[in-house]
Design a protein. Structure first.
Length: 157
């Protein structure tokens, strides 16, 4: 699907304006004998087109040969990646909790201001509470970070 998107004429015509965002489950780790190599292949179209991109991990990405932290560290280290491991100096659950500020158009009054803030949060893989079956969720530490970050950005506007 992503490879098809990268081949579309709209992407080629606007490639300087596009950022690609991977929203988890970038690979199905259980089917991957080399998670890093599979992740490289999944993101290759964006890298080949020299597009900046950002990703967050899903509940299946770490089911292969890399831990959740390992998968996120690999994503952060890839070419053209805008991904982040976690905010520095903050105790927070998961890996890949970060925000990206998008500035306004250069040369305008909004050129130096954040006009859009994208939040990436690790919702975990599976529940760690025995009485709750299924997938994980956003934890209190992540909610606190989100609220503090959002508040500080609003003040700086």
């Amino acid at each position: 699907m992503f490879a098809q998107l990268c081949q579309s004429s709209d992407v080629h015509r606007n490639k300087l304006l596009i950022k690609f965002h991977c929203a988890g489950d970038n690979i199905y780790g259980a089917d991957s004998s080399d998670a890093a190599k599979s992740m490289d292949a999944a993101i290759a179209p964006a890298i080949d087109m020299k597009l900046p991109w950002a990703a967050v991990i899903g509940n299946h990405d770490q089911e292969g040969t890399l831990s959740r932290e390992g998968v996120m560290r690999h994503l952060v280290s890839m070419k053209n990646s805008l991904s982040g491991l976690n905010p520095e100096g903050i105790e927070i659950d998961g890996y890949g909790n970060y925000n990206l500020e998008v500035s306004g158009v250069e040369g305008t009054s909004l050129g130096e201001k954040s006009v859009l803030n994208l939040y990436f949060l690790d919702s975990g893989d599976y529940s760690t509470v025995p009485s709750i079956k299924g997938y994980g969720w956003i934890k209190a530490s992540q909610q606190v970070w989100f609220q503090q970050t959002s508040s500080s950005l609003q003040v700086s506007w």
